[in-house]
Ligand binder design. Sequence first.
Ligand SMILES: CC(=O)N[C@H]1[C@@H](OP(=O)(O)OP(=O)(O)OC[C@H]2O[C@@H](n3ccc(=O)[nH]c3=O)[C@H](O)[C@@H]2O)O[C@H](CO)[C@@H](O)[C@@H]1O[C@H](C)C(=O)N[C@@H](C)C(=O)N[C@H](CCC(=O)O)C(=O)O
Ligand SMILES: Nc1ncnc2c1ncn2[C@@H]1O[C@H](COP(=O)(O)OP(=O)(O)OP(=O)(O)O)[C@@H](O)[C@H]1O
Ligand SMILES: N[C@H](CCC[C@H](N)C(=O)O)C(=O)O
Ligand SMILES: [Mg+2]
Length: 491
Amino acid sequence: MLLDQLIDQLKIYKTNSDLKGIEISSIEMDSREVSVGSLFVCLQGMTVDGHEFVDNAIEDGAAAILSEKPLDCSVPVIVVPSTIKSLAILADYFYGMPSQHMNVVGITGTNGKTTMTYLIDEIFRKYGHKTAIVGTIHMKIGDHQYPVRNTTPDSLFLHKHFHQMLEAGVHTVIMEVSSHALSMGRVYGIDFNSAIFTNLTQDHLDYHLNMNDYAYAKSLLFSQLGNEFQPKRKTAVINVDDPYADVMSRATSQEVVTYGLGKEAFIRADNIRLDSNQSKFDLILGEEIVPIEARLPGKFNVYNMLGAIALAYSYNIPVETVKKALEETNGVPGRFEAVNIGQPFTVIVDYAHTPDSLENVLQSIVELKKKRVYTVVGCGGDRDRTKRPKMADVAMKYSNFVYFTSDNPRNEDPKQILKDMTGHITGHDFHVIIERERAIQQAIQTASEGDIVLIAGKGHETYQEVKGERVHFDDREVAKEAIERFLKEQS
Ligand SMILES: CC(=O)N[C@H]1[C@@H](OP(=O)(O)OP(=O)(O)OC[C@H]2O[C@@H](n3ccc(=O)[nH]c3=O)[C@H](O)[C@@H]2O)O[C@H](CO)[C@@H](O)[C@@H]1O[C@H](C)C(=O)N[C@@H](C)C(=O)N[C@H](CCC(=O)O)C(=O)O
Ligand SMILES: Nc1ncnc2c1ncn2[C@@H]1O[C@H](COP(=O)(O)OP(=O)(O)OP(=O)(O)O)[C@@H](O)[C@H]1O
Ligand SMILES: N[C@H](CCC[C@H](N)C(=O)O)C(=O)O
Ligand SMILES: [Mg+2]
């Protein structure tokens, strides 16, 4: 693409160079990816300033530089007020504005995003759409899966892969939109058709100043739905039982479909019955009552299903299709996933890594009325420190015994993280075992018939991250080995 044609997409820029006749082969935001003919975009990061890598980019063949300040260099420099915004506009255009040609569903909220992407994916596939998912576990295009570094990747990655999705015949993209992504402008330029709000409880207060700042970041997804006068009509889907529902509703002038358990919700559930491996409820859709039975335990999963149903409703997908998709789903990897090889007690691996998700999952476990509850849990390093004692209190409140252990200490001392979690606890017994493998083994060795062991925090993750290195670690594998040993010792 010609540089002048590309830069013409921007309204606000300055340059002293002639941009005519320069062919751009790619747009790059990382100097290490630059090749001959690239436009290198300098981004001010949290760790380094991309402007420092201009010389490297030019050495590797960059044809032009997009910068936030004038630079003295041998290729044209285009200066803009915000490279992050310009990057999104240019990447969208460079890749043919692909998000305008597909349904893009964005899901935000503290908990339930990944689960909901899976449920909505099942529904749309049953409806006959080819789908793509972008989220914590992976990016999936049709049946192909690709690893991702972030739950919500940067705008360059997104527009580039939307193009790939469109080429592959995808009709509907279902993506998680993290608050980090919304604050850092990673989803700028995306033409969302729908935005879903799951819930808002404490997390990421290392990054956001306070809960209001966190809520504001989430609300940006709803502002980005645009206004009701656009050619494409759009819908917001909002959990009306959440105290922040109103903040999200007010951020958009598009129509809102509400879901929840109370009578004021447009899509709601009644007569909820939960057990260890499924939930049953009556879906109330106006005058219609539709019984639903799905292998997704826990009241929080009823919320996740209601959100998916509300979204499907906004696309006029028949309720029979929705029911069938939910009833056939096998659940989500690492979310309330049972490890069962015939032991006389239950072992659950779950991704709860916030006070609220841990409380939800433990409440669901307590409702199963098992003999004793053993919990293995830790908190991530380089993340919100204020959630540590709260998560420990929740674990202690609902468990007969807790094994506090490491969960991705990253660049922090695991001993200090565990001190932050447990330092305030008095009068109750618990174990601190830094090595996660040993903590899981001990919990399983201690369990007996009728008990339940919850291994929380890492879910689908297949690594333990220590000082920038990811070492293979999978709670499900470790639990299985420990159970095998337990069964051997019993026989
Ligand atoms: C704190 C944070 O979010 N950091 C994100 C940020 O990285 P950064 O600001 O540190 O980038 P940087 O290293 O300073 O680099 C600045 C610029 O210089 C460029 N550079 C850098 C080096 C070089 O040699 N040449 C070069 O050009 C970089 O490509 C970049 O353009 O931008 C990167 C690219 O988009 C992200 O991958 C990275 O996410 C890191 C890995 C991360 O861990 N983020 C977490 C907190 C996060 O975002 N989590 C949410 C989910 C949370 C949840 O919902 O639970 C997520 O969406 O993943
Ligand atoms: N609707 C919900 N409300 C509260 N807790 C939930 C809900 N859905 C799932 N959970 C709990 O939160 C954990 C994480 O769920 P999920 O991965 O779907 O959330 P997420 O929003 O994608 O998280 P992340 O921010 O890490 O991407 C689950 O393992 C479960 O314990
Ligand atoms: N998306 C979340 C995942 C946390 C998972 C937990 N295992 C941890 O490492 O804290 C984050 O990056 O904060
Ligand atoms: Mg997720």
